[in-house]
Ligand binder design. Sequence first.
Ligand SMILES: [Fe+2]
Length: 382
Amino acid sequence: MAKRFMPTIVRNPEPSEGPRVDLRSPGFRILVVEDETLIRDILVRKLKGLGYECDSCENGLAALNLLPASAYDLILTDLMMPELGGLSLLRETQKFCPDTAVILVTSVSDLNIAIDALTHGAYDYILKPFSLQEVSVVVARALEKRRLLLENRRYQQHLEEEVASRTKQFREALELLQQTYHSTLLALGTALDSRDADSDGHALRVTLYTLRLARQVGASEADLKTIEQGALLHDIGKIGVPDDLLRKPEKLSESEWQLMRLHPEIGYRILSRISFLQDAAKMVLNHQEKYDGTGYPAGLRGNEVVLSARIFAVADTLDCMTTDRPFQRAVTFELAREEIIRVAGTQLDPAIVGKFLEIPLDEWKTIAQEVKAKAKAHRQVS
Ligand SMILES: [Fe+2]
């Protein structure tokens, strides 16, 4: 087949304009695809002379056979060839070797095809007749462009990996922080219990009861966190109540009761200064209020009492009735449930009591047993 154009050997020794490019770039692998033997040999000799590793073949089909085994940095291919032309080779290369740069060698009559190929991923084109100097510049420029693209991609990947790694570290740190907060609150709740002679395990038990009931009411995960904090720390204000009053075996006098009734407000003042406990602080402030307005400190009624505190009130009633107290022996869960039904609408929110009744008594008993077992294990360790 007669060749359409012949190369002009070093027609233009020094390019008059364009970016300064290092024409000697040893180490890169180039594949020359050209059906005209003479042109192919001239190109290969020139590129090898510039320090490139260079293979060659006579058409696109032969090139496809070479691609899987050889990682070429660049393919310099004629556009019109028998078997498989340059455009098809470009498409296949992009599919299987997307990091290989492709330069098309074309005649003026195929120029529009070559320009169109640029929009489909070709790095550049060389118009016949060409000078070998021109080929050197275009090849070096394409390899530099490819290097920058790969570097940029590596940088992006590195950046993404870095962001993913930092995000993971941040999540882990946050999780650790939350676990630490949780352990601290649990320890504080247990410490508060130990001051109160008659409330062994009360803070943990009433917290688990409250959480179970809150789930039944449909509380969100965020609300459950607040509810857990508030329940664990509901009596933190008792820090402000003297020990002898807290542990007094006899009934409290009216003045002593007045002192005792300050504990929700003291608790609120302590917790409201801690940003992540501000919602829990409102629950603590309301935890001794009653549905009919007969509670303290503010005598709030109905929905004026925050929902978390109304849920807590049912759980607290259950726990107080089913554990031994100085002036009251523990009753069965069955009897406690009867009493809760009786005070629905007066001391307790009837809607919350309705939710409480949906939960089988065995679940409450299981929670109580688990807390008892935990407390026993804890005593054995300490
Ligand atoms: Fe209390």
